[in-house]
Design a protein around this ligand. Structure first.
Ligand code: EPU
Length: 335
């Protein structure tokens, strides 16, 4: 086992936080992964590092899951099942699928991170979530060292949630994800307002998969910071889902508050709106800040520590609670 001591994790987390791993290993093959997990060391599993905030050094063996490969597993005239190993870069995988003419994940273009972490928080953007096309995923049981298959239903997906974040937290390591994609009659989803606006700006009426992907890329680039230029983990908070009653109460005081109906009794409120109204958009506190174009995204201007970002997130949470009576919860894993 090629274990490195005292490895900086700065290049392994999109927030660009300079925390250290006491021990670190990058794993390129299933057999090596099984060997490491079987070693009974205290482990910290690291995928693309795009949804975590490091607030301290990690006194464990950090295992960077770097399994590569994509393959077509099954196909007929209409559908294809594609398998991607956990360490594949998500956006490169999306572009590869589009190049092959496979539809279903084009709205998820340009999301940072690796394939293996996408099911954990059921990534979603512009009207599409991973649960809409995920066929199954393969995961290593950390106790039995067996690879098990989870069907879509067994993943128990919900808004930014899955079984891997809840009941099975830290019990499995996702090694590969299989997607069922369309080969023709693609159900392109452009209903998310910004996509339609972007496509009509370009005079496109019957968008191809590539057109939708390009529109999403343009929207993301205009709103969301590129982690290579400005450290961040995408949305830092989840959009809160509150009762209709709580919403009516808040709306009476804040009539412009936008919302999306989730069920008969609950609505989702954009946390970005709450944060902007509370005056945090574009604000900087040392090297930690709130992004100027999307208030849901916290950023690291260079040398912010994880604790500084957490302190800012707590200040935001307290202010929103006091001002709107709404609790907002972090989406990012705070380590
Ligand atoms: N808004 C503001 N000010 C802001 C940001 C947002 O007022 O600074 C309000 C506006 O009313 C806007 C609404 O919030 O119409 C929605 O904003 P946006 O379309 O940017 O989406 P979001 O709800 O803020 C979610 C996801 C994003 C995803 C977008 C697009 C969550 C936590 N975030 O953000 O996902 O890209 O929708 O579908 O659900 C991520 O998870 O890392 C992520 C970037």
């Amino acid at each position: 086992m090629n274990i490195i001591q005292n490895q900086s994790l700065k290049n392994y987390n999109t927030f660009g936080i300079d925390a250290k791993a006491k021990e670190f290993i990058a794993v390129n093959a299933i057999d090596s992964l099984i060997e490491v997990v079987g070693s009974k060391k205290d482990l910290f599993i690291l995928g693309g590092g795009s949804n975590m905030l490091l607030t301290q050094d990690i006194q464990k063996l950090v295992v960077h899951v770097n399994l590569k490969g994509r393959a077509i597993i099954e196909e007929n005239e209409d559908f294809v099942i594609v398998k991607a190993q956990a360490g594949e870069n998500w956006h490169e995988f999306v572009l590869w699928c589009i190049d092959q003419g496979f539809g279903g994940i084009e709205n998820l273009s340009l999301i940072p991170g690796n394939v293996g972490t996408t099911p954990i928080q059921n990534i979603g953007a512009y009207g599409v979530e991973i649960k809409d096309t995920l066929f199954s995923c393969e995961a290593l049981n950390r106790k039995t060292l067996q690879i098990e298959t989870f069907t879509n239903a067994q993943c128990q997906f919900d808004y930014r949630e899955s079984v891997f974040k809840n009941e099975l937290k830290e019990q499995y390591i996702i090694t590969a994800v299989l997607f069922q994609l369309t080969k023709k009659n693609h159900a392109v989803s452009t209903t998310y307002g910004a996509i339609e606006t972007e496509l009509s700006k370009q005079n496109i009426q019957n968008p191809t998969l590539k057109d939708v992907s390009n529109a999403v890329i343009a929207i993301r680039q205009s709103k969301l910071p590129d982690p290579k230029e400005l450290g961040n983990s995408g949305s830092f908070f989840k959009n809160p889902i509150i009762s209709k009653e709580a919403y009516e109460k808040a709306k009476a005081l804040h009539p412009d508050m936008p919302h999306y109906v989730v069920s008969e009794n609950s609505v989702k409120v954009p946390a970005g709106w709450l944060i902007e109204q509370a005056g945090f958009k574009g604000k900087r506190f040392g090297d930690a800040g709130v992004h100027k174009n999307q208030a849901l995204v916290l950023v690291n201007y260079g040398t912010a520590t994880g604790s500084e970002v957490v302190a800012l997130s707590q200040l935001i949470q307290q202010t929103i609670l006091a001002q709107f009576g709404i609790a907002i919860e972090a989406e990012v894993n705070i380590i």
